[in-house]
Design a protein around this ligand. Structure first.
Ligand SMILES: [Zn+2]
Length: 242
């Protein structure tokens, strides 16, 4: 990509680190009200790891392990989230059916450079999709690889919905989930979770190029005391990409 004048700078905001989450730092002071001030689109989780987060159009949804979907109070808090104000820089129709692997290759071909961050939004009709949902944890917190062990993968057939996620360069691993990290929610706002696999029948893929990254670190005792010197990339891969 040339340093084209057509590209405007765009910020992605993140609170805490995926490494801290992987180490079991499941609480912070960041409220949803504050988070939404940094972006109307995004993904993350909630304090105590109580559900997967999807933010679309400024509305935050909580997808719990009991299968419920709710809109939590804005005073609820998050230990990890990534948000932006989604402005599509690239938009393409997708004529399916396409598998996750095919879709991933399609997106790879769309991005002008893999050296930037991208927010990813896919709206459309799915033949099926499968998702996992973190379960609320109790203190003392176990590392995420243990906390998510044995999590059920739930599959939903034939529905319309939205994938929200981020495509992150490898150089950000440790800070964010390198590669693609996406959550899914159906149009009825009745089902969703951390996206595992899918077949998209038809839809639209939109990408929002991120040039600026703002990282907010928690000021909690747990974050300060956590051992973040370890390379957690294998654990993060296991938790986020299995
Ligand atoms: Zn996730």
């Amino acid at each position: 990509m040339s340093a084209s004048a057509a590209v405007t700078r765009h910020e992605i905001f993140q609170t805490s680190l995926i490494t801290a989450l992987a180490q079991g730092v499941y609480e912070d002071e960041m409220t949803l009200a504050e988070l939404l001030g940094h972006g109307s689109f995004g993904i993350g989780t909630f304090n105590e790891l109580d559900g997967e987060m999807v933010i679309l159009g400024g509305t935050c949804y909580r997808l719990r392990s009991d299968g419920s979907v709710s809109v939590p109070d804005l005073s609820e808090r998050t230990p990890y989230a990534v948000v932006t104000n989604f402005v599509p820089t690239i938009s393409r129709p997708v004529a399916g059916p396409v598998t996750r692997q095919e879709f991933s290759a399609f997106v790879d071909g769309l991005v002008p450079s893999s050296n930037y961050m991208y927010a990813l939004r896919v709206t459309g009709r799915f033949a099926w999709a499968s998702a996992r949902t973190v379960e609320r944890q109790e203190r003392p917190y176990k590392p995420m690889v243990e906390a998510t062990d044995g999590e059920a993968v739930v599959r939903r057939e034939d529905f319309t919905g939205t994938i929200a996620g981020f495509r992150t360069p490898l150089y950000e691993s440790g800070i964010s989930v390198a590669g693609c990290h996406a959550h899914v929610i159906d149009d009825e706002r009745g089902w969703g979770g951390h996206l595992v696999d899918f077949v998209l029948e038809e839809g639209t893929v939109e990408l929002c190029l991120g040039t600026d990254f703002r990282l907010r670190l928690p000021l909690t005792e747990a974050f300060g005391a956590a051992d973040l010197s370890e390379d957690m990339s294998e654990e993060i891969k296991q938790v986020e990409h299995h």
